[in-house]
Design a protein around this ligand. Structure first.
Ligand code: DAH
Length: 347
């Protein structure tokens, strides 16, 4: 039994003559319109030659249909490729000389760069890691007690004012500094403690050339028996030498509720070598951090025996550090994600 009236040999011959005619017709089409007409003749879905050939597949012996179908598809793909190649050659962009012109210069690809603030952060972490510090993190939404109370802020301290701090509710604030993580760390771990605490903090500041409402801080905390101000000074001086290659550093007395005594640390301005310039605002020095011995009442708030243990802490801003390092005059550019700015920091 068979309804076959076409042999595989005949079908293959039909395919060959189709290809022999269709492919050169595609290649030879002189315009996009001519190519469309050629396409309709040979590949048109309704009445094209290829459509007729596919109908003939049904006239073959069942056993031959597999091989015939495969040959059919191969020819179809080659003719379609000839069509697409010619279409590309005839496209208006090609005519204007902007496509696939081997004499055109290659388009430069954008290569990302680590953000200058992240670079600073990474370097800071690496230097303290070498000294045996581990990383601790804390929540950005804090209770007023962790953010202020446990850190020995008096109840009427202006920092707690609605004017300066973003309150989410009566008992939730966006942390204004990373210092609350000191308290959380002391509650969670027993001394000896040596931690570095990077994180974002939030203040109710206008977004201007020198203030951002959200910025990064890095906090450090060391608590053990017998820790003194000498440990603070030696460690932070080592850090300044490593990080800034600083030739000179100085400590100035300062005040923070959570440290006593407190000190700010300056490094000699690397841009002018201390003679005064725009970067150091003519002072010759750049302030890099606040620090001090952890106030006994902070240790006690966290449940640490302040008779037995002492500690020191510091806080610094990698954003300001990056600005000083690169002479960046406006903090807002750090937030713009402008690839023309950022690509300068590729290493
Ligand atoms: N928390 C302070 C601020 O945000 C920075 C700071 C100063 C942190 C002194 C400290 C410190 O740990 O000892 O301005």
């Amino acid at each position: 039994m068979t309804d076959a009236n076409l042999t595989l040999h005949d079908f293959t011959a039909l395919l060959a003559s189709f290809e022999a005619e269709a492919a050169p017709a595609m290649t030879g089409a002189a315009s996009a319109d001519a190519l469309d007409a050629v396409r309709a003749t040979y590949l048109g879905r309704a009445h094209g030659w290829l459509k007729d050939l596919s109908a003939k597949l049904g006239q073959l012996e069942k056993a031959d249909r597999g091989a015939a179908g495969k040959a059919f598809n191969e020819v179809r793909l080659r003719v379609e490729a000839a069509l697409e190649a010619r279409r590309t050659e005839l496209s208006p962009r090609r005519e204007a000389g902007t496509l696939a012109d081997p004499s055109m210069p290659a388009r430069r690809s954008w290569v990302g760069a680590v953000h200058p603030v992240s670079q600073v952060l990474d370097e800071m972490i690496e230097i303290f890691r070498e000294l045996g510090f581990t990383i601790a993190l804390g929540p950005e939404v804090e209770t007023p007690w962790y953010n202020f109370g446990a850190l020995n802020f008096p109840p009427d301290h202006p920092a707690m004012d609605l004017h300066d701090t973003l309150y989410i509710s009566d008992d939730a604030v966006l942390r204004t500094h990373t210092s609350p993580v000191q308290v959380r760390t002391l509650q969670a771990w027993a001394p000896p403690i040596r931690v570095l605490i990077p994180g974002n903090v939030h203040r109710r500041d206008p977004f201007d050339a020198s203030h951002a409402p959200t910025f990064a801080q890095v906090e450090g905390l060391v608590v053990d028996e017998g820790i003194t101000f000498a440990d603070l000074k030696a460690t932070l001086t080592h850090f300044a030498k490593r990080f800034f290659g600083a030739t000179k550093t100085r400590f100035r007395p300062s005040y923070f509720p959570f440290t006593e005594p407190s000190a700010e640390m300056d490094v000699l301005c690397g841009v002018c070598d201390g003679s005064g310039c725009g970067v150091c605002k003519q002072s010759g020095w750049i302030e890099i951090l606040g620090s001090g011995l952890v106030h006994p009442s902070v240790l006690e708030s966290a449940g640490v025996d302040s008779e037995k243990y002492t500690g020191w802490a510091f806080g610094m801003g990698p954003g300001r550090t990056a600005m000083a390092r690169h002479g960046i005059p406006d903090i807002r550019i750090l937030y713009d994600s402008d690839v023309r700015f950022l690509s300068q920091f590729a290493r």
